[in-house]
Each structure stands twice: as C-alpha cells, then as structure tokens.
Design a protein around this ligand. Structure first.
Ligand code: XBP
Ligand code: MG
Length: 201
C-alpha cells in the first residue's frame, strides 16, 4: 500500500484512524454537553455509530434534531453552544490521558520517517480537537510533527467531499500519485478517493 520510492507522504485521517476518539472521547463529550444544555437526548454507542454517517459534530447534532422531529432551525443557536461545550469536554478527556493512539501508530510514523516519507493530517474535525490529540496523546511519543495539517475549520465542505484532501495536496505541493491516504470510514474513503488518492481503509 505505502510504496517507498513512489509515495512521498502518507495522509492520515484522525478520528478512528490515529485513535479511537469517537467512542472514547467524542461520544461521552457529546452526552455531557447535551446533559449540561438541559436536553433529554443521550446517545448510545449504537446511536452514535449510525450518527457518524454525518461528518462534523455540529452537523451531527442538527441531523439528530431533525430525526427526532425537533425544529432544527430553532435549535441552531443552542446546538452551536452544545457543540462548543462538547469540544471542551473532548479536550478534558484527552487531557486525562484516557485516549491512546491505535496500536502500531507510532511505529508506522517512525518507519515512514526512516524511509524518507512524510506524514500529514487530513481531518474534518475541529482544530481544537486535533490540537488536544496532538498535545496530550501524540507529542509525548516524540514523533516528528506532520508536515501539513488540514482540519474542518479549513474547508467549506467536509468529508465525503474531497476538498480537505485536495487542500492538503496543494499545501504539500504534491500530486495524488505521490501520496496515499489511511482512513476508517466510508466518508473518508470517498473523500480521499475523490481527490485521486489510493486509500487504505
Ligand atoms: C470525524 C468526524 C468529526 C468528529 C467530531 O471527522 O466526523 O465530526 O466526530 O468533530 P474525520 P467535530 O473523519 O474527518 O476525522 O465535533 O469537531 O466536528
Ligand atoms: Mg475517521
């Protein structure tokens, strides 16, 4: 999949790929923020698995409001606050050291570096969430920093649209065939594939 001599950079998704942040941090953070907002919604792992089809935490909240027959437009302001508070809880959970990268991640990055292949991050999660993962879970591992970081705040259209991957290639100054992507979701597969990248999923 990763071809030394051809590939010059590996583009990593974050949530579910570098670490199991969805179940271990985003979901409990959503439920805490929903409770603090006085909303009766609580999501189980099964609910959340289904809701993950909608990329973006704020978009996910709006989608759930629609599903439950609520007036999503009227709740927009409240849900924007819930989303912001969710990301604060997410950072707190990460700061506790509860979320480790997936097995083999650090070894893979070291092996890429050894083969003169760079790594980049292409996520449509919020910048603060990437920063929490980097500061609390990844930087203690003494890894080289990613060459390019594209987050949800950088794009108009989240995954499954290819915009985040196209922006990463532009920032890297590389063509799709110089790179490959590692993803964990259908939305990610479509986004990376739509930018012309080979994708491991
Ligand atoms: C994963 C997502 C994100 C996170 C929540 O994106 O769908 O929405 O669940 O992040 P990716 P925010 O696959 O691109 O990593 O609440 O910050 O949107
Ligand atoms: Mg993912």
């Amino acid at each position: 999949m990763i071809i030394p001599g051809q590939h010059r950079c590996v583009l990593f998704d974050v949530d579910g790929t570098i670490a199991e942040t969805e179940g271990q941090a985003h979901l409990p953070a959503f439920n805490r923020a929903l409770e603090e907002a006085g909303l009766p919604w609580r999501w189980t792992h099964a609910d959340y698995k289904r809701l993950l089809k909608t990329a973006g935490g704020f978009e996910r909240l709006l989608r759930y409001a629609e599903e439950t027959g609520s007036d999503a437009g009227a709740l927009r302001h409240l849900l924007a606050g819930v989303h912001k508070n969710k990301n604060k809880h997410f950072a707190d959970i990460l700061a506790s050291g509860a979320v480790k990268p997936r097995a083999g991640f650090a070894e893979l990055i070291h092996s890429l570096t050894h083969n003169d292949i760079r790594w980049a991050v292409v996520t449509t999660t919020s910048r603060s969430n990437w920063e929490a993962l980097w500061n609390y879970s990844l930087s203690p591992l003494d890894l080289p920093a990613p060459t390019v970081i594209v987050v949800g705040d950088d794009v108009q259209a989240k995954k499954p649209e290819p915009e985040a991957y196209l922006l990463a290639l532009q920032r890297l100054g590389l063509a799709a065939h110089d790179c490959c992507a590692i993803e964990d979701s259908r939305n990610g597969l479509l986004a990376a594939g739509g930018a012309g990248l080979a994708v491991a999923i």
